[in-house]
Ligand binder design. Structure first.
Ligand code: CA
Ligand code: CA
Ligand code: CA
Ligand code: CA
Length: 428
């Protein structure tokens, strides 16, 4: 039995009769955190709910099997169509995750968080300048109906509902040093959008969430967002610029900026000690059509430990698809999405970026080699059997304590020397 608690416009679905937070789940030494753009979006409103109302949707089964194979404790799903009552998310758990897929053990998450998305909500303006007010590109975030391509968080650990902040409504024009698109033919700079349009256009194409998760006695802030793809526009690059600023939001947030009013009206600096920036940023640091400086700055943020990069064998193998892949600079082992090779090629766009206050013990990208037993879950003709993105995971010692034996040696080998150096410095 589950109860939906609605607070200030967003909902939390929690197991009824839940124990107090600290008693619910004791803190494990290592927590597995995953981000998965699972492509559980549909062309029309209600279609995902219909597909998930039975246990038979082949794509949802493949997505669920991947989750059951990796077995994360905290999982961010992206491109998961929103419905206000959380029916699709509940049915995905009951009809897919709770059922063994191809022999994999069922998996349950006691807690979840989801909220409205700007996608598909009409702006009332002709934002893409095609002469009419209609279609996904005129919405507050690209989408054909409200909540298409939304996101949802599933977690074994309780969400601190009162500590949640969302930044769905924060206006792009109110971001300092924002990069607004320009219409080259007309004199003022940055005039692609009118003042009236800028008065309604949010920064976030879906939403930006700060969701505190209580893991035993410590709090982990999940910082989740899904910036718009830097494509599907013209030379004004309105989506590329928005993608850049949506990513830059987190750099500013971690740096203590207080310009952003959250959806409850509060402006205050981020005070979290442990956090993980996660999700599909739609930007590769080396390749593809995004403005790379925002993602590079985030990767280099002094509070983030981005040294360990999740990788896969399948990503390497998929680079042989050719096209754009042939001229890319990034290591294909780090790719997390299998895009059209005539346009973008395969890219690293899905991230888990933990705070330095924790310790990375391992991780990976679920992209098995073509000869591996689980290959059928990701390899295949378009559309892919599960998603065009791959699940990315990280094993994290949230307390910062040493990784237990059996952790990924590559990760711990990189962690230990740094730790020793830091200790040496602080004791001198
Ligand atoms: Ca239009
Ligand atoms: Ca202009
Ligand atoms: Ca490809
Ligand atoms: Ca690549």
């Amino acid at each position: 039995m589950r109860a939906a608690i609605r607070i200030a416009g967003w909902s939390i679905v929690a197991a009824a009769g839940m124990l107090p937070a600290a008693a619910a789940v004791s803190a494990p030494a290592v927590v597995r955190i995953a981000a998965f753009n699972c492509s559980l979006n549909r062309a029309t409103e209600g279609a995902l709910r219909r597909d998930l109302s039975t246990p038979d949707d082949p794509q949802a089964r493949a997505v669920a099997e991947i989750i059951q194979r990796v077995r994360p404790d905290i999982l961010l799903l992206q491109e998961f169509d929103y419905d206000a009552a959380g029916v699709a998310l509940r049915d995905f758990q009951a009809n897919y995750l709770a059922r063994a897929q191809a022999g994999a053990a069922p998996i349950a998450f006691a807690h979840s968080f989801f909220a409205e998305s700007n996608t598909g909500i009409s702006s009332g303006f002709d934002l893409d300048d095609d002469g009419r007010v209609a279609g996904g590109a005129d919405a507050l975030g690209f989408g054909e109906f409200p909540g298409q391509y939304a996101m949802a968080l599933l977690t074994r650990f309780p969400v601190d509902a009162r500590g949640v902040r969302t930044f769905r409504k924060f206006l792009w024009r109110d971001m300092p040093r924002r990069l607004l698109p320009d219409r080259r033919e007309t004199p003022p700079a940055e005039d692609w959008y009118s003042a009236e349009e800028l008065a309604v256009l949010p920064l976030s194409s879906k939403s930006h969430w700060d969701v505190p998760v209580r893991i035993g006695s410590v709090t982990l802030h999940v910082l989740a967002s899904h910036p718009t793809p830097p494509a599907f526009d013209g030379e004004e690059d309105r989506n590329g610029l928005r993608n850049h600023d949506e990513i830059r939001f987190w750099s500013d947030y971690l740096d203590g900026a207080r310009y952003a009013r959250d959806d409850a009206g509060a402006r205050r600096a981020f005070g979290g000690r442990r956090f993980i920036v996660m999700g599909d940023q739609n930007s590769d640091p080396e390749d593809g059509g995004s403005r790379h400086d925002a993602i590079r700055a985030l990767l280099a943020n002094p509070r983030i430990d981005a040294r360990f990069v999740p990788a896969s064998d399948g990503g390497s193998e998929a680079a042989a698809q050719g096209g754009a892949n042939a001229t890319q600079r990034g290591d294909p082992r780090f790719d997390t999405a299998d895009f059209n090779d005539r346009i973008a090629g395969n890219l690293r766009v899905d991230y888990l970026l933990p705070s330095k206050t924790m310790r990375v013990c391992g991780g990976g990208v679920f992209w098995p080699a073509r000869s591996a037993p689980e290959a059928h879950l990701v390899w295949g003709d378009r559309p892919a059997p599960s998603s065009d993105h791959r699940l990315v995971w990280l094993d994290v010692s949230v307390s910062g304590a040493k990784c237990p034996p059996g952790s990924d040696p590559k990760a711990s080998a990189r962690q230990h020397p740094h730790r020793r150096r830091r200790r040496a410095r602080s004791s001198s």
